[in-house]
Design a binder for this molecule. Sequence first.
Ligand code: ACO
Length: 381
Amino acid sequence: MAQTSPFVPGLAGIPCAKSAIGMVDGSAGKLQYRGYPIEDLAKACSFEEVVYLLLLGELPTEAQLAPFRDEMVREREISFRAIDVFERLPERAHPMTALTIGVSTLGTYYEGDHVEDLALSRAIAVRLTAKVPTLVAAWHRIRQGKRPVPPRADLGHAENFLYMLDGEVPDPMAAHVAEVALILHAEHSMNASTFAARVTGSTLADPYAVVASAVGALSGRLHGGANERVLDMLRAIPDPSPEGVRRWAEDRLARHDKIMGFGHRVYKVKDPRADILQNLATDLFAKLGRTPIYDLAVELEGQMEKLVGHKGIYPNVDFYSGIVYEKLGIPVDLFTPVFAVARVSGWLAHLLEQLEDNRIFRPSQIWVGEKDRTFVPMAER
Ligand code: ACO
């Protein structure tokens, strides 16, 4: 059959769904959730409020938010059997791998074949969003030979997540910064992990399988995994002077090595989330002390603008997130799981949207292999 559609590597610019959840305007540097600018949501909302907005489509009233928050709090607990599974993993398992296992383990409690029951899928979306931080924190404790810290009902979602990592109620500024970081990472239209979630969801697989697929897709270093690499990369810059940073960047670009935390398929200006994170970093440093690596990051941003700004390569959300997380005391290999703690809400909003008007994803391919070959028996090859 003749091929009619051109091949577009990475499906760049090809719409694969109609969506009303997250809107990214890459040339204007705009991000909106359900039509609300990210800057306003980050300034005024709790993470739970944003989850409500993403999953249910509207900002909640106080009367709507209270029971929703209670539902999320009730769902934070995970079963001791999921903990047992974690106890059997090697300590060196990457937290993203452990998270995939944790989410799949929760899926073993999923009963029956009810995916198209939207009320049930919505309830599971809340449940999974509530439990992912508990899984991440539990694995972090278990791999250190410690008992998981049970969630606390009196703490907000982000605050409780930090609390479950080390058993200490975080400083209010740290809790605020973590909350804003979760809001910024909650949704970002048709990125690789969201696409993975929608593809898996379109087969009518259950929501646990959907989230497990998406966690796998997020883990790669071209996507969520980039945030772990940014700090290592900054630390490897041998000379922090402006000339040294420029030389380092020029060398790397000449070798066609990617500079982590820069570039984006959609944004051709600075990612608005990077701006918000940078302001948060400034507040955090004012309270908890400055980090020299931040100055180096700002220098690299300036040099990169001169070198590749004309190509539309600017910092993305991952460039400053690691610096902020490190200041919050979060270990480097938990940076991508923190991303998952936030993005699980976006994935599940997309699942609900997909199920409302589902058609299984089944793209085509362009055949480049041989055809109609004559089979050769083993003895004659
Ligand atoms: N460093 C150096 N050059 C870059 C970078 C970068 N970070 N990003 C893009 N470029 C260059 C490419 O070399 C290429 O140049 P060329 O046309 O001269 O060959 C051009 O810009 C286009 O780059 P692609 O990789 O083709 O762009 P694509 O849209 O496929 O990829 C991506 C986007 C994966 C984000 C890319 O910019 C990248 O690899 N960045 C580094 C990893 C990273 O930070 N990922 C996090 C993204 S945000 C997120 O997922 C949350």
